[in-house]
Design a protein around this ligand. Structure first.
Ligand code: AGP
Length: 449
């Protein structure tokens, strides 16, 4: 305990003293849990690591110092004994197994219809059950997040501004500290699948320090973000083992759609209509999964390229960003997401027969101009793969391949298109023989700033 006083920064570690069979575990700003088994204990940074042995967990808090012996455990904080409640993790063991799939990533993509259903059961019945008191009196929303959760936030911006007419900013959590954001009547929303991303936690702490109301959207019960934010909404995706976020991204989108609908001034019948469209998403996604072989064939044709561009407009732009992130992180193909209109301001120079372009073509007010952008790309000899709705019989005239997805309301295309792009990345990475579930240099929870 003496040496802890001289430690600086964030840490979580275990130390063993062989001479007296004592194990010490402590944490500060890094995740650490204590699993309570049958006559045995476990220390880990994340629940899936111990699910095989127990689902009874203590989420340790900053400064906690656990002393484990064969007789039991004791938790101290600042030298004083403290009690921490034992939580029952609602995840079954099968959630942490591949269940016959080649990779966790593919299994987790295939769980998406169920994840959507579970989220809807949680927050929607005839009506939207979500309590939105976190938004009472606010005049704007600022999202803080990283990686895929940042892309979910960008989709949230489009949807909230369109449906609820609330101004929304989206900040990389790691940049939030450097911006002078006016805080009056702002709700700061931190989105984090793991609830342990250091940058997102720091951004929320900063918002709290400035007296701003905070909301966390996370997939992990008891994670650190839930200890910081004033309000918490859980996504119901179950544990995600693959480093690349797939089902948790879709679960985040679902929660954002539900918040937007609840805050929207739309009429009762429009709301019913929207809820119906949400409820049809599981079968729409299932159709993509049933026909994934078509996506596999396209992915395998493009697996040998070293550079790719993903483009989109409006709500298609964050979809392009997320598609590119998925491709780069698991296949190591250099993939960039761009607003389609930005290509002519520089990236055109990179186009050509060695740079395929994935175009996310949404049938809304961006459609015509997006088709023009696709033609511009083709004129520069880039092979083009379009992701489009099944009712779009125009786009195929201008591109080399079309990944067809079931028709949905344009606002919901981030769900269907993203599932298709997750599969595209998966099969390209598989063809390249990559370590899909554990890409090089990456961690599932990024607990350093
Ligand atoms: C996504 O595939 C990545 N693993 C990564 O970008 C991730 O989304 C990011 O690190 C944020 O994680 P979080 O949602 O747990 O905060």
């Amino acid at each position: 305990m003496e040496c802890i006083k001289s430690l600086r920064g964030s840490y979580a570690f275990v130390a063993i003293n062989k001479s007296d069979d004592k194990l010490i575990a402590c944490r500060y700003k890094s995740p650490l849990i204590l699993g309570i088994g049958d006559g045995e204990f476990f220390v880990a940074s994340d629940v899936p690591a111990i699910l095989e042995y127990t689902n009874r967990v203590i989420y340790l808090e900053d400064g906690d110092f656990v002393v484990l012996t064969t007789n039991g455990y004791e938790i101290l904080n600042s030298g004083v004994k403290v009690e921490r409640s034992v939580e029952i993790v609602p995840w079954g063991l099968e959630a942490a197994e591949k269940s016959g799939y080649e990779h966790f990533m593919l299994k987790e993509i295939h769980e998406i219809p169920k994840v959507i259903e579970d989220t809807l059961i949680e927050y929607v019945s005839e009506d939207i059950l979500l309590d939105v008191s976190f938004a009472a009196g606010i005049s704007e929303i600022t999202f803080v997040a990283c990686g895929t959760s940042y892309h979910a936030s960008l989709v949230g911006k489009y949807v909230l501004e369109k449906m609820a007419d609330i101004p929304v900013r989206v900040e990389y959590a790691s940049e939030f500290n450097y911006h002078n954001i006016p805080f009056s009547r702002t709700l700061v929303v931190g989105i984090s699948q793991s609830g342990e991303t250091a940058d997102t936690l720091e951004a929320l702490r900063l918002a709290k320090k400035r007296g701003v109301r905070t909301l966390a959207i996370t997939n992990v019960l008891g994670s650190t973000i839930t200890k910081i934010a004033d309000y918490i909404l859980y996504t119901r995706a179950g544990p995600e083992i693959c480093v690349a976020a797939t089902k948790t991204f879709i679960a985040q989108l679902m929660v954002l759609y539900i918040i937007s609908a609840k805050l929207s001034p739309i009429s009762r019948s429009e709301l019913d209509d929207f809820v119906l469209k949400l409820k049809m998403l599981p079968e729409k996604v299932q159709k993509i999964l049933d026909e994934e072989d078509e996506i596999r064939k396209i992915a395998e044709k493009f697996a040998n390229y070293e550079n790719m561009m993903y483009i989109g407009r409006g709500i298609g732009f964050p979809v392009a960003l997320e598609g590119a992130l998925k491709m780069k992180e698991i296949s190591y193909i250099h993939a960039e997401g761009y607003p389609a209109g930005e290509l002519k301001h520089g990236p055109f120079a990179l186009l050509g027969e060695n740079t395929p372009v994935v175009a996310c073509v949404v049938r809304d007010n961006t459609y015509e101009i997006m088709l023009s952008n696709v033609k511009e790309v083709k004129a520069r000899n880039s092979p083009v793969i379009a992701v489009a709705g099944e009712d779009d019989d125009e786009v195929e005239k201008y591109v080399d391949f079309v990944i067809r997805t079931p028709s949905v309301d344009p606002v919901l295309t981030p769900v269907t298109y993203s599932v298709a792009l997750q599969l595209l990345a998966y099969y390209a990475a598989r063809k390249r023989g990559c370590e899909i579930d554990k890409p090089r240099h990456l961690a599932k929870s990024v607990t350093v700033e």
